[in-house]
Write a protein that binds this ligand. Structure first.
Ligand code: MIG
Length: 815
């Protein structure tokens, strides 16, 4: 007798069931027919619920929700039932919408705001987005579709968009590859990737957000799904861009441009920005795996001060702990942590310590005991504890998606904060487990009451850990801003932490990679980012280290770090010649701090990214798309780090407009490529004409008391340019109560004069009384300088006219 396989029976019965409507087939060998790639069909009806429109094809439901004037969210429920509307990424799902309208046309429905129209085609359920002029910005290639995930339940969910012929793609976090992602297929699954390589994927972070740039216009897509997600940018099929997930809901936000800047701002408006960091966190940080024992740390600190190389923070890596038990000290290496930290603090150093998620299984260890007692540790599918091997040996891991566990965790920092610790570094939170890599999928998570397996919680585990860390420090810090840094992240982590790019390598290729990763992170919402300066593993030579310090000056986060098995790696470790150059560049970082701080303010308050790739500065010029080595820090300083060994000159493209060479004050015209000399003690730095750049006097660490006068470098320009200077206490949250100053300096030059106006907002009072103005690039001889209608005297410093004026001036005229 020929056997009929189960699959065949399933097929036959499925067919019969579908065709004849038979409800009961009494055959125990039958399984449910699996739903394979099912596509939305034609729209059969709709319903409105306030700013949400629900469309159906008879069984599936699609929600189109107006989030703001620029943002529309699309969600799919294969069987008409949406999951609970909960997101770790989105902190602000309901924004102000000025106006929205719904219309039914012959072949489609439209949902429009002031700026964007979402079109839902009746016949095939294809969804597209148009701008006000009717230009299609983004459109479905195929209807949204799904496939049953019979192993875990739920669905694989898919969205396939049209990739326009010239479209370029940006974003997606820390992918170590070219800025334009076209032609790549990428995965999001947080992974501990020691010594990663070019194009390796995935790495430590999951940021399922991309920007499409086509024909000079940009839009963004944020696929808010924490499961393992995939993005294919015209890789498999040249005219399609797809994204999909192994579970969860197909839910994405369309964010309108048309400027990339607007897209990033829009993305920040839903996922948040990084709070204003304490200013010391923007100084130079020295890290190593590990500085111990205590006298090594003191010697390090001493060296910085004797050599007069500025530094604000020293890090303690895992060896400060007792057997790698979090929240403990190795009393042999650090007999009196409080005393040591006090003397570091007196010397102007902040102490930052590492904290990993793995808690040693040890009934004599209070952290383990408390976690066990309160059931804060993660459990496997069958209720056993999730155990894994990390630095302390056998460990259990707090479920940071449990709000109670987060509160508990935050409180654990009390001892460290009491000892004087100023910042916390969260590592290994992908989570990383030796041997098997990470948690198995069956581990269960609280997920803030919405439940889920590790498949759903994996990508947010690190984010929730650093959130707990941040919240705890904020409470314990008595009004001082915390500083946190995390390795793993999901979209929105910027609300709680800075990030670094993980275990890179001391090679020129990695210096270049770092430069790309930082630009990419910055347009993906994680502006406060840095690389391990010098490369974590391997040995840089003096030249590579110095070039990396130079990139570091223009990295939002500036920290040197190295692995335990490498040679000493401080700014003076490569001989005097290199030391002098490293010192000069670290000093440059400190000079520029008032500018850098103001750029951070613009990030925190307005959602502007800190680093801006050239393609963002001039998105209408398609020949900029392949350029990866020029970017701006804020909107006034453009740099092009040297990322090749022995490079004595470099071709640098300057965006249109006038620029000054920072070193020579030579005026340059942009819109073309220049040949720039790059001796080791210089890197290409350019200042936009018309800018006012504030500079600090020399300091060894952030010390606002030393600012007796603020230098303002005024770069003459012929059009009107606004510059902003932000000032406040530097380390408190008083700025949330308007205790800050935002100064607007408007510069306007003409052939024979220059007018500088100042206005300000906020309630802070600076402690200095005067500005020292330096006029750079004046095309005329000065006859007179007027300050609020009174003439003043000026002098010259190295050929630059300079004048001291009261900080409250309103108008200065130089003629
Ligand atoms: O298994 O704490 O990326 O920065 O120095 C290695 C030791 C654990 C990995 C981090 C690195 C840190 C190191 N950590």
């Amino acid at each position: 007798m020929a056997e009929t396989s189960n699959q065949e029976i399933t097929d036959i019965v499925t067919e019969q069931t579908l065709e004849s409507g038979i409800q009961h087939v009494n055959n125990p060998v039958l399984d449910l027919p699996q739903i394979e790639k099912k596509y939305l069909e034609c729209v059969t009806g709709y319903q409105q619920k306030e700013n949400s429109y629900l469309f159906t094809d008879g069984s599936a439901t699609v929600e189109v929700k107006v989030v703001s004037d620029e943002i529309i969210r699309v969600r799919l429920a294969p069987h008409g039932q949406f999951l609970d509307d909960f997101s770790y990424a989105v902190s602000n799902p309901d924004q102000h919408v000025a106006l929205y309208a719904f219309q039914e046309e012959a072949d489609c429905y439209t949902v429009s705001t002031n700026t964007v129209t979402c079109v839902v085609n009746k016949a095939d359920f294809l969804i597209s987005f148009r701008d006000r002029e009717g230009k299609t910005m983004n459109q479905d290639h195929s209807p949204m579709h799904w496939e049953e995930n019979s192993d875990f339940g739920g669905y694989y969910v898919y969205c396939t968009k049209v990739a326009q012929a010239q479209e370029a793609f940006y974003g997606l976090g820390d992918k170590p590859t070219h800025l334009n992602l076209r032609g790549k297929r990428l995965t999001n699954w947080n992974s501990d990737t020691y010594s990663f390589s070019f194009d390796q994927d995935p790495l430590y972070r999951s940021i399922p957000f991309y920007i499409g740039l086509n024909d000079g216009d940009a839009y963004g897509i944020f696929f808010d799904n924490t499961f393992k997600t995939y993005f294919d940018f015209a890789c498999e099929v040249h005219d399609q861009t797809s994204f999909w997930s192994e579970g969860g809901e197909l839910q994405y936000y369309y964010i309108h441009g048309p400027h990339m800047m607007d897209v990033v701002k829009g993305y920040h408006s839903i996922t948040g920005t990084h709070y204003l960091p304490p200013m010391w966190a923007l100084g130079y940080h020295q890290c190593r795996w590990s500085y111990y024992p205590e006298n090594k740390v003191r010697e390090l600190a001493q060296n910085f001060r004797t050599k007069q190389i500025p530094c604000d923070a020293i890090y303690l890596d895992i060896d400060y702990m007792d057997g790698y038990r979090c929240f403990t000290w190795n009393k042999h290496y650090f007999p009196d942590p409080k005393k040591m930290i006090k003397s570091l603090t007196d010397d102007g150093f902040k102490t930052v310590v590492i904290i990993d998620p793995g808690i040693k299984v040890d009934d004599n260890y209070w952290v383990f005991k408390e976690g066990k007692e309160h059931k804060y540790f993660c459990r496997r599918g069958d209720d056993y504890f999730m155990e894994g091997h990390v630095w302390p040996g056998r460990c259990q891991f707090p479920d940071f998606t449990n709000p109670d566990a987060r509160t508990w965790w935050g409180g654990l920092f009390k001892g460290l904060v009491d000892a004087g610790v100023a910042g916390v570094w969260n590592d290994m939170n992908e989570p990383a487990v030796f041997g098997r890599g990470t948690f198995p999928n069956d581990v269960r998570h609280n997920y803030d009451g919405y439940r889920g397996s590790h498949r759903k919680a994996h990508n947010v585990y690190g984010m929730q850990m650093v959130r707990a860390t941040y919240d705890g420090l904020k409470k314990l810090n008595k009004g001082k801003r915390p500083f946190t840094i995390t390795r793993a992240a999901y979209a929105g982590t910027q609300r709680y932490s800075s990030v670094w790019t993980g275990d890179n390598v001391a090679t020129w290729e990695h210096l270049r990679l770092g430069m790309l990763q930082l630009q990419r992170l910055s347009v993906s919402g994680l502006s406060f980012c840095g690389t391990d300066i010098g490369g974590f593993s391997g040995e840089p030579d003096g030249e590579l280290f110095t070039r990396w310090i130079q990139l570091g000056v223009f990295s939002p986060f500036m920290r040197a770090h190295s692995a335990g098995d490498t040679r000493e790696r401080e700014p003076w470790s490569f001989g005097e010649a290199f030391e002098a150059i490293n010192k000069k560049f670290i000093e440059l970082r400190y000079k520029l701090l008032p500018y850098i701080y103001s750029v951070f303010w613009e990030q925190a308050r307005y959602g502007f990214p800190i680093l801006r790739p050239l393609a963002m500065l001039e998105q209408e010029i398609s020949s900029n798309i392949p350029r990866e080595e020029e970017f701006s820090f804020g909107d006034k300083i453009l740099v092009s780090p040297v990322v090749n060994s022995g490079q004595t000159s470099k071709k640098v493209y300057l965006p249109k407009g006038d620029w000054y060479d920072y070193w020579t004050h030579t005026l340059l015209t942009g819109g073309l490529e220049l040949d720039v000399k790059t001796p080791l003690d210089q890197m290409p730095i350019f200042i936009k004409a018309g800018s006012v750049i504030p500079e600090f006097p020399p300091m060894q660490y952030v010390d606002l008391k030393l600012v007796n006068t603020l230098s303002l470098h005024v770069y003459y320009g012929i059009s009107t340019v606004n510059s902003y200077i932000y000032e406040d206490h530097g380390d408190t949250f008083a700025y949330e109560q308007e205790i800050y100053l935002e100064k607007k300096l408007t510069l306007q030059g003409s052939k024979n004069n220059l007018v500088l106006n100042q206005s300000m907002e906020g309630l802070f009072t600076e402690r200095y009384e005067t500005y020292q103005l330096h006029f750079i690039g004046l095309p005329f001889q000065i006859n007179r300088i007027w300050v609020d209608n009174r003439t003043v005297d000026w002098s010259e410093e190295a050929g630059v006219p300079t004048v001291e004026v009261n900080k409250d001036f309103k108008t200065i005229v130089v003629e």
